[in-house]
Design a protein around this ligand. Structure first.
Ligand SMILES: *[C@@H]1O[C@H](CO)[C@@H](O)[C@H](O)[C@H]1NC(C)=O
Ligand SMILES: *[C@@H]1O[C@H](CO)[C@@H](O)[C@H](O)[C@H]1NC(C)=O
Ligand SMILES: *[C@@H]1O[C@H](CO)[C@@H](O)[C@H](O)[C@H]1NC(C)=O
Length: 456
């Protein structure tokens, strides 16, 4: 493979040099694909009237409802969504609520949130926000398997982000999962508005389910306590409201939801909310997982921002405290996959528990390569102690797709952005740990303590 690739690309003299590189190791594999630099930020403007809805996005709320969220500059625009299954014929209308927030001199527009439903599964609904502006359409997810979950982290709003989202939409999917770092506004609040407009064409059509990253924290870096200073996550929580009450979570920073009629349970953890054994998040996670019946829910998927397993120098060790606090809880619940962002590269580990390969541990996947302006992480550490557990790693922009086919099988594929093309660079079939003979009920061959798992 080394030789054929070099023949295509390099003239004779260079080829000779590259043959030496081939003999020397894997260096040439990296010359075959030139990892791209970051691209420019796209600032999406609002050119319509103040009452015209903008930044429209939808998210799941419970089994058969969806939240429609949007912003108007006009403070008097109504928080109403009209919708129906025929374009232009709105047979239902629902009112919701609104919020806004201040960040020093910035005041947000009116942020509307309206929960519509009950909705039929796998159905296209046409809707209009605030009785003004264009019609949008969304499709509800299926109420049974199969379901296709797209995954993209660390998005930002650059030309690479546009490319990633175009690739996500090019093939059909049901829900987009985002393991944190959305706008990269980094306290510049108008960038939350440009981001909302930038993603609207995708986020208004399919539910986006998000958790927070470090770029959502936006704590005011003040040396002393200023009255009225913005609190952390002010923009994120006002704009990207999560359905946390529905899963009994006291905080918008962590929650869970079911997909495909409960065949898939997705847990969104908060890397930037307290997570130790005495935290509310920890207690909630234990409660939430205890309520999952793996007979009816063969798939358990977790998202968080700062990866627990990572062989890059970038952000090395940042997820370690959370791993130490929570890894055992996920392991005992037989979580199938854990997606993280934060590191701007793709990396997939084998099934792991407590830094060792373990057939009953989750597959850990870092997918923080959505396209943001900070660019890619190029610093894989070949000598890292976890390197032998890292099956596939590549510093390229891209997205992933988890197609859960049935109770036992799911297909994972990571697609690299090859400019205009989306190329599958990593794929594998996963077997649900709930139905696996080795790791399912009662069996516990890999536990560190060797004690039987009595609670699944
Ligand atoms: C709109 O939908 C309703 C209910 O399905 C139907 O009775 C009505 O004829 C439709 N109107 C138009 C203009 O299509
Ligand atoms: C958990 O974190 C809190 C502060 O966030 C600290 O006060 C407490 O001692 C920690 N508890 C444990 C068990 O580590
Ligand atoms: C689940 O899907 C996989 C992959 O398509 C297939 O091989 C397997 O037979 C299916 N299992 C069941 C129980 O349908």
């Amino acid at each position: 493979m080394c030789a054929s690739a070099t023949r295509r690309v390099f003239p004779l003299v260079a080829r000779t040099l590259i043959v030496f590189a081939c003999l020397a190791g894997t260096a040439v594999a990296e010359t075959e694909y030139v990892r791209p630099p970051p691209r420019r930020v796209i600032f999406t403007e609002h050119t319509e009237s103040a009452s015209h809805p903008q930044q429209v996005h939808v998210s799941l709320v419970g089994a058969d409802h969806m939240r429609v969220s949007w912003v108007t500059d006009d403070k008097h625009a109504p928080s109403v969504v009209e919708y129906g299954v025929v374009s232009g014929n709105y047979t239902a209308s629902t009112a919701g609520d609104h919020t806004s927030y201040r960040y020093f001199l910035y005041t947000s527009g009116k942020i509307h949130h309206v929960t519509i439903g009950p909705l039929e599964p796998s159905t296209v609904y046409y809707y209009r926000c605030g009785r003004a502006g264009h019609e949008f359409s969304l499709r509800t997810p299926p109420s049974a398997l199969p379901i296709e979950l797209a995954v993209a982290g660390d998005l930002g709003q650059t030309e690479w982000t546009a490319s990633t989202l175009a690739h996500v939409s090019k093939a059909d999917y049901d829900v987009l999962l985002v393991p944190g770092d959305l706008s990269y506004a980094d306290t510049q609040q108008p960038l939350w508005d440009t981001f909302g407009r930038f993603v609207q064409r995708h986020a208004s059509r399919r539910p986006w389910m998000v958790t927070q990253g470090n770029h959502e924290v936006e704590a005011a870096a003040l040396p002393f306590n200023v009255p009225g200073a913005p609190r952390p996550f002010a923009a994120y929580e006002a704009r990207w409201r999560t359905p946390h009450e529905e899963s009994g979570s006291p905080s918008g920073l962590y929650y869970s939801f079911d997909a495909a009629g409960g065949a898939v349970h997705v847990v969104m953890l908060g890397s930037y909310a307290p997570f130790n054994a005495s935290s509310e998040q920890y207690a909630w996670l234990k409660r939430d997982l205890a309520g999952v019946d793996r007979e009816n829910t063969p798939w358990l998927v977790v998202l968080l921002h700062a990866p627990w397993y990572n062989t890059n120098a970038a952000h090395q060790g940042e997820g370690e405290a959370m791993r130490k606090a929570m890894e055992r809880v996920l392991y005992e619940a037989r979580v199938d996959v854990v997606f993280a962002g934060h590191v701007h590269a793709y990396e997939r580990f084998t099934r792991v528990y407590d830094n060792k390969a373990n057939p009953c541990g989750p597959v850990y996947i870092t997918i923080g390569d959505g396209g943001n302006r900070e660019g890619l992480a190029f610093d894989f550490q070949k000598n890292h102690k976890l390197a032998p557990l890292s099956v596939m790693r590549e510093a390229s922009f891209g997205h992933g797709r988890l197609r859960v086919v049935n109770a036992t099988a799911a297909h994972w594929a990571w697609h690299r952005n090859d400019d205009a093309d989306s190329v599958v660079r990593d794929e594998l079939w996963l077997e649900s740990l709930a139905t696996s003979a080795e790791c399912g009920k009662r069996a516990d061959p890999g536990s560190a303590r060797g004690s039987p798992i009595d609670e699944l």
